[in-house]
Design a protein around this ligand. Structure first.
Ligand SMILES: Cc1cc2nc3c(=O)[nH]c(=O)nc-3n(C[C@H](O)[C@H](O)[C@H](O)COP(=O)(O)O)c2cc1C
Length: 241
């Protein structure tokens, strides 16, 4: 089993230890690749090269590509991050921004459709749902249907070196519960309803936009190459399907 982990904080605090508690349950045959905030791309500059010319022309490709390639090889993708301002921290958001090109509205990767994502978060006390949704939304739009979450409200118990036995027990219980959900996952054979409906809508959008294009956009070329929409017949004014 290949696991790719995105750590959303450089601090070896609650998040780091929650993630380790979760990973410790896996046996030694598992290959784990970890990325930290220093491995994340800089802020997206908004050039839109990824959409219009190809992601190889992204100014931050040297940081984005290794993470993306690791995702494509992974059976399980793990995000571990603290809640900042009720949301995911900026290191996570900047990665997500660089992956928009792989949303189903653009150029999704088939490999992603069968994957599983696990999101581990914690906060002082605020609900973790909105922060988890940042990652959930992105991966759902990439066609990932199986996304599990594990969130902990620390109730002020936020310094790892002073953590109480009660909080430790709670974190152990939650991370073990997450492990039980994902430890023997097989690739998902079919997208679930929400993602399948979105994908169908995306196919319709691409089919419609292709009609007005003399040369198919990169996104439409991608859809044609994968057989998700049909190519426009050459010199056909009455092209309909
Ligand atoms: C910049 C910043 C913003 C934060 N925002 C929130 C917040 O909106 N709600 C909350 O409950 N905790 C918030 N926290 C607290 C962290 O989520 C909490 O301390 C968490 O346990 C930190 O994990 P760590 O030990 O891995 O750094 C914030 C902390 C920082 C540093």
């Amino acid at each position: 089993m290949n696991i790719t982990v995105i750590n959303g904080t450089p601090v070896k605090g609650v998040t780091y230890h929650m993630k380790n508690m979760f990973l410790e349950h896996f046996d030694k045959n598992v290959t784990i690749t970890e990325f930290y905030p220093e491995d994340m791309p800089d802020l997206c500059v908004g050039c839109k090269n990824c959409f219009m010319k190809g992601e190889a022309l992204c100014p931050h490709k040297d940081k984005t590509m290794p993470v993306w390639e690791s995702f494509l090889k992974a059976d399980l993708i793990v995000f571990a991050y603290p809640v900042y301002a009720l949301r995911a921290p900026a290191s996570i958001k900047t990665l997500l921004d660089h992956l928009c090109v792989h949303w189903m509205v653009h150029r999704p990767k088939k490999e992603m459709f069968s994957k599983t994502v696990a999101i581990i978060t914690n906060s002082v006390g605020a609900p973790n749902g909105a922060a988890q949704k940042d990652v959930k939304t992105s991966f759902s739009w990439m066609g990932v249907s199986r996304i599990y979450t594990c969130g902990a409200g620390m109730m002020g118990d936020i310094f790892w070196d002073k953590i109480t036995a009660k909080s430790l027990k709670m974190l152990r219980k939650k991370t073990k519960r997450l492990y039980k959900k994902v430890h023997n996952i097989k690739p998902l054979r079919r997208m679930r309803l929400k993602e399948a409906v979105r994908f169908m809508a995306c196919k319709m959008i691409h089919k419609a936009t292709l009609k007005n294009e003399d040369t198919p956009s990169l996104d439409n070329q991608h859809y044609i190459e994968h057989g998700w929409i049909k190519a426009k017949p050459a010199n056909s004014k009455s092209w309909r399907s």
